[in-house]
Design a protein around this ligand. Structure first.
Ligand SMILES: *Cc1c(COP(=O)(O)O)cnc(C)c1O
Length: 450
């Protein structure tokens, strides 16, 4: 989506904010704030040139990591609010955007099925998870926090940071938490919290949340769902059987998700939601200077971070009002098309004689590798293809690589000789709806480079 199509809105948004700013008594901007025009001219040129040193995240031929630009609607919301620069730490820091944050978080809490909730935006999934685990540790001091070895690496770091006991649970060859090992851990150690990933970062695998809730009945642990990447799939959970796991999130104690991943937002937008609004007491502090204009609950009283961009809330509010969290319009069709794009590429890989599918994606991450007789050979070929695709002049293709333990790989591909501990395969996050129309082109490039 090209931002230039939104030029008239850009002027409108900027103009409206300036008009509001100019409704206050006029003042002269201090001359110290004026840049040297020549210097600015020069440095701008250099700056814009340097930005070209990037991968084309906006283009369907970028089929690598979980990266894409925000939607122009989000950009407009962000830019307009950024001109004012509200700080959502306190209602005083930006009443409008603090209100938008509360509203938009409520929309998500409702969508996920929470009857009541306590939640707020964060600067990332990392911070959202940090808050969830910190609250878990406060509630169950000394008890273990456990998560699978396919869970995001942030969990181990967070546990070390908050000095919580933690343990890793094995995962299956499909990247899901291993229920047998989970049960063993639950029998052996005192577990306070199980982290369930719906949409692992590497493979997009969904941990069996339903079966984990069954175990919860016996072992009585907290459930934190990390759906930083996958969370938006809740919007279309009715469209596929597998996605119905997202409907169980309402029974979890806490949930982390990232609007800056699938939610068309610029970076700096994660979200944490707790089912029990009583956990607010763990955030309590008594700063004497922060809150002064209202008795309402300030966002800073229920969040770990202090200053946070009101612009992030503005962008998410505007986007979510424009693209509602509905299966048949708004966000739904976007997500459905991403899912179809992933399945289209799967189809093409399955028909190919030069590539093999690593795993059927549960969301929109496709993993595959070039045909080869041994793990060393496949790794070398993957590396070559990765570089060759990127190096093409006319239609460069940008992929990601994924390292997989060969003990897992072996279970899925017993015909391949194992002669290394790890194997490099290829990974494409098909998270732009345009990827659907481009899947054939992507496959064509993949075939041409071998
Ligand atoms: C991306 C991701 C995170 C980390 O989120 P950031 O926004 O990058 O800090 C955590 N968990 C999962 C499952 C993720 O995909």
């Amino acid at each position: 989506m090209t931002f230039s199509k939104y030029q008239q809105y850009l002027l409108k948004f900027i103009g409206a904010v300036e008009k509001w700013q100019q409704s206050f008594p006029e003042f002269v901007e201090d001359e110290t704030l004026l840049p040297d025009p020549l210097k600015f001219e020069q440095i701008s040129k250099e700056f814009l040139k340097r930005l070209e040193d990037n991968y084309p995240f906006h283009h369907p031929l970028y089929a690598g990591q979980m990266l894409k630009p925000p939607h122009p609607v989000a950009m407009l919301g962000y830019i307009a609010a950024m001109m004012i620069n509200p700080n959502n730490h306190a209602l005083d820091g930006g009443p409008a955007t603090a209100q938008m944050e509360k509203e938009v978080v409520s929309l998500f809490a409702e969508k996920f099925g929470f009857e009541k909730h306590l939640g707020h935006l964060t600067s990332s999934g990392t911070i959202a998870n940090l808050e969830a685990l910190w609250v878990s540790r406060e509630i169950y001091p000394g008890k273990f926090i456990i998560f699978s070895d396919e869970a995001h690496y942030t969990h181990e770091r967070v546990c070390r940071l908050i000095k919580a006991n933690y343990e890793r649970v094995k995962s299956t060859s499909c990247g899901k938490i291993d229920l047998i090992d989970l049960k063993e851990k639950l029998d052996k150690i005192d577990v306070g919290t199980v982290i369930v990933t719906l949409g692992t970062t590497a493979l997009g695998a969904l941990d069996p949340l339903d079966e984990i809730f069954e175990l919860q009945k016996k072992y009585n642990f907290r459930v934190h769902v990390d759906t930083a990447y996958g969370g938006y799939y809740k919007v279309i959970s009715s469209s596929e059987k597998n996605l119905q796991l997202f409907d169980l999130i309402s029974k979890a104690d806490s949930l982390a998700f990232d609007p800056h991943k699938l939610g068309l937002q610029p970076y700096g937008c994660g979200c944490i939601i707790f089912k029990d609004n009583d956990v607010g007491r763990y955030y309590k502090h008594d700063s004497p200077y922060t809150y002064f204009t209202s008795d309402d609950l300030h966002l800073g009283e229920i969040s770990f971070e202090c200053s946070r961009p009101g612009a992030a809330a503005a962008a998410l509010w505007l986007t979510t009002k424009c693209f509602e969290l509905e299966a048949d319009f708004g966000m739904g069709p976007i997500l459905k098309k991403q899912r179809r794009a992933a399945l289209r590429l799967v189809d093409l890989i399955n028909k190919s004689k030069t590539y093999r599918l690593y795993m059927l994606p549960e969301l929109d991450i496709v993993t595959y590798f070039p045909v080869g007789s041994s793990t060393i050979e496949i790794s070398a070929k993957s590396d070559e293809i990765f570089s060759a695709c990127m190096g093409r002049k006319e239609t460069p293709l940008f992929l990601a690589r994924l390292t997989v333990k060969t003990e897992k790989f072996q279970q899925l591909f017993p015909d391949v000789q194992i002669n290394s501990k790890e194997i490099t395969i290829l990974r494409s996050c098909m998270l732009k709806p345009e990827h659907f129309d481009w899947a054939d082109n992507i496959m064509k490039v993949l075939e041409e480079v071998v």
